[in-house]
Design a protein around this ligand. Structure first.
Ligand code: BDR
Ligand code: CA
Length: 320
């Protein structure tokens, strides 16, 4: 049976790979791609999504969305993904154009028209926060909301406490996490270590000898260098494709549990931290209410572990 997806993305190098995986999945009908400011400006993200669609020979409407976070100044990640977001490989401009409808309107209309839709977010949550705030009636119509974002009880990639997508627009993330959407959090830590596309894996992708395979490696060349500068890890870390793998096949996530998860918006030190109540202490009055999050119920399913060999197989399958 065909599943319907809506993908919200700040399309840069790893987002593009995730888009390819969804567009190539035989049983997935991507109804809309909505673009948000994040890794790159919303205009560059729109251009990159259109370019990726053309590489896949796919025809999906692309909607330009929020050009800045709800309250904060934009702070892109061009140092990481390249000035154009696709590793500065001089890809030609796409022929396609975005729709004239704003992404937030498109999210609302697409969800209303497709009850049971799976929403996958690969960037900051600004568009989705605006959509659920304006039209809360869309919340029960979403069957899954797979969020690439956060770092569950672990280190962040933008600050010691926070992952980029949540750090960039913490207020939006908080709105989405508290909205009642069935959020599945796929944190940054899940794309590290064994899950990194290591030099052997890169050689394998090259050996596939397809345009898409070469694109995946080439457009992530700058990201690979930047990740090495940041963490000394060698290889290509692909957070958005890992989240897309979980969205496409929930069994890729081999260990998950549901918790109260809140997002820090007040502190500069821990801005955007995804605070996971693993022990359920927030509902325990014996603690003297030392920690008082808004949520005292489990609102987010946290993915703790993925099947690494299968995630990589899914990636390879999408490139041939
Ligand atoms: C997230 O931020 C961006 O660098 C990636 O596209 C991913 O969505 C990882 O923190
Ligand atoms: Ca992204």
């Amino acid at each position: 049976m065909t599943r319907t997806f809506l993908i919200d993305t700040d399309t840069a190098s790893d987002d593009a790979v995730a888009l390819i995986m969804a567009l190539r999945a035989p049983d997935v009908d991507v109804k809309a791609i909505t673009i948000v400011s994040g890794n790159v400006s919303v205009d560059k993200g729109t251009r990159n999504a259109l370019y990726t669609l053309e590489l896949c020979g796919a025809n999906v409407p692309v909607y330009r969305g929020a050009d800045r976070p709800l309250l904060r100044e934009p702070a892109n990640a061009e140092w990481f993904h390249g000035i154009d977001g696709l590793g500065d490989q001089n890809y030609p401009p796409p022929e396609g154009r975005p729709e004239t409808t704003h992404a937030v309107d498109a999210i609302i209309e697409t969800i209303l028209a497709n009850p049971g839709i799976v929403v996958v977010t690969l960037g900051p949550l600004t568009n989705l926060a605006l959509a659920v705030s304006r039209a809360p009636e869309i919340v029960p119509l979403v069957s899954r909301c797979v969020v690439m974002g956060g770092a569950a009880c672990t280190v962040g990639n933008t600050t010691p406490a926070a992952e980029f997508n949540i750090w960039y627009d913490p207020e939006a993330a908080r709105i989405v996490f508290l909205s009642g959407l069935p959020v599945e959090m796929v944190g940054w830590e899940l794309c590290r270590f064994d899950a990194v596309i290591n030099p052997d894996n890169i050689a394998h992708v090259r050996s596939l000898n397809t345009t898409l395979a070469d694109f995946v490696i080439d457009c992530n060349a700058r990201a690979m260098q930047a990740a090495f500068e940041q963490s000394r890890e060698i290889g290509i870390a692909l957070p958005d494709p890992v989240a897309m793998a979980v969205a496409l096949d929930p069994t890729i996530c081999t260990r998950s549990s549901k918790h109260a998860v809140d997002v820090e918006t007040q502190s500069e030190l821990t801005r955007g931290m995804t605070v996971v109540d693993q022990l359920g202490v927030s509902g325990d009055s014996r603690n003297g209410r030392l920690w008082k999050p808004v949520i005292e119920r489990s609102n987010v399913t946290v993915c703790w572990e993925i099947n690494v060999p299968r995630w990589k197989e899914m990636l390879y399958d999408a490139l041939v």
